[in-house]
Every structure is written in C-alpha cells, then in structure tokens.
Design a protein around this ligand. Structure first.
Ligand SMILES: [Ca+2]
Length: 279
C-alpha cells in the first residue's frame, strides 16, 4: 500500500471541525470526517492511509487520520459498504492507549438505502458485531458511518491508534478441486500410498459423498478404502495395497462435498494414475 502525504484542510463551523484532504492540488477535496469539541484539538495528525479494500473479506482500515485531542467525538465520512454483497459476519476492532481517567466509545450508524435514512447511532463493544450487520443482511445499497468519542482528563490524552471494520460476505461459491495426488496421468505411483484431493476451501461430506469411487481400470473393480477429511483435503486410503503396474481411476461426483456454507460441489472430478512396476 502506497503511503501518500496529502493536503489537509480544516474547516470550523460552531464547535465542529471538518477535515478534508486530497492527494494533489488539482483533485477535489475528500471528506475525512469531523471532530466536535468544546475546546480546540490539541494537534491533528496527517492522513497516512487510504481506504484499504480487500475482497473477500471486505476489510477496510479506517486509520487514515489520526487525532490527538482533548474531549470530543469524531465522525467518519460515509463509507460505501455495498461491495460486501451479503453479510456473513462483521466485526469492529480497535487499539487504544487509554490512561487512567480516560475513555473511548465507538458507535456505528447504518443506512440500507444509500444514506437517505439512517438507523441511528449504536454503541459497539470492541471486537463485536456491527449493529444491524447481522448474518444475511443484504448490502446492495448500504452505507456505514462510525463515531469515536474520547474523554480525557486535563493532563492525559487518550489515543485511538487504529480502527478496523471487517465485513465477511456470504459464501455462495461452490468448492472446486485444486489438485490431486497422484496427479491425473501419474506414473510409478506407490502401491501403499494414500490418495489426496485438495479443494480450494474447507469441505464437508455432501449428498453424494458415498458415491466417491476408486476403481481398477481394466475390470472396473471398486477398491475398498477408508477416508478422512482434513480442512480442504480429502484423504483416501485404500484398505489393502494396490496391484503393481495397474491403472486406477478416482471419481468424485458432483455434490460429493459441501463447503462451510452448504454450497455443494458442482462439477465432477475424475483422475487416473498407474502404479509402479514390481521390478
Ligand atoms: Ca465456497
């Protein structure tokens, strides 16, 4: 992530200071939130980060402006959280220095109609779910604001170092096979080894799990096996040794496995290999 040293503008209206910034003189001002206090902010830090989106999960670091002040509350700009799609879980996390006698509260305010109406400020505990962003919430037109309120003594200033909001989107993607061992067309495979199939995410037994077969290629004989699922890997252990110089095929039908959200695998997977010769 590139660091930028932006131009900062502070406007004062009543007891509220509004912060705007831009990276270059020719750019328009970007709202960086506001700070309301009866006193003058002791000092104002610089913006060191832009929004940092990772998808998935939608994860944005809000520490782009760092304030050291006496009492007061800071309101963030309106954040467009629609890219998260549909919520599976959400979390607010922050780190502070709170000397004795100081305090911090964090509140969030949610709009599901593009900012036309707001659900109202609600206090959220550290590491907790964002109020209103419970599992299944559709974020098509969602916006979020957060407000931090710091209280201080005459001589000690609390500091909010960073505040991160994470929204995990619902998983609606079927698990797929990443790789197998042996690989398809593999040669000189040991007769006493395990067969492993690696998926792109953690898997669980699905509707057709019992239809998974390992067969010998010439007579189409099914091989007995035991199995184990370890996160995203399916381990298949033939009960006895395989035969030497023999071709085998592993078939994993569609819907053999599910992901954590219950999405069934959509495509079948078939791979063949040949065991080592007895020489
Ligand atoms: Ca998935």
């Amino acid at each position: 992530m590139a660091l930028t040293i932006p131009i900062l503008r502070i406007r004062k209206i009543g007891t509220t200071y509004y912060f705007d910034y831009k990276a270059n003189n020719k750019d328009p001002w970007i709202n960086a939130g506001s700070h309301t206090t009866a006193g003058v902010p002791q000092s104002v830090g610089v913006i060191v980060k832009k929004w940092n989106y990772n998808y998935p999960p939608l994860n944005f670091d809000c520490d782009y402006i760092n304030l050291h002040y006496i009492n007061g509350s800071r309101t963030s700009p309106v954040i467009d959280i629609s890219p998260a799609g549909k919520v599976e879980s959400s979390r607010v996390l922050w780190n502070t220095d709170l000397p004795v006698g100081t305090g911090l509260t964090v509140e969030t305010n949610l709009s599901l109609d593009g900012g036309a109406t707001w659900q109202g400020w609600q206090q959220v505990p550290n590491r907790d779910e964002i109020p209103g962003l419970t599992s299944g919430t559709e974020l098509t037109n969602a916006r979020l604001m957060y407000k931090t309120t710091l209280s201080a003594t005459d001589t000690v200033t609390p500091q909010l170092h960073d505040l991160t909001i994470t929204i995990m989107p619902t998983d609606s993607t079927a698990p797929t096979v990443d790789s197998s061992n042996p690989i398809d067309g593999g040669l000189d495979v040991p007769i006493d080894g395990e067969i492993s199939v690696t998926f792109d995410e953690a898997i669980f037994e699905g509707l057709n799990f019992n239809e998974i077969t390992v067969t010998e290629n010439v007579y189409n004989t099914a091989i007995e096996y035991t199995y184990r699922i370890d996160a995203n890997v399916l381990e298949i252990a033939p009960t006895g040794n395989l035969d030497y110089s023999t071709g085998y095929t592993v078939h994993i039908p569609a819907a053999a496995v599910d992901d954590r959200s219950g999405n069934a695998s959509e495509t079948e997977c078939r791979f063949s290999f040949t065991t080592i010769s007895n020489t």
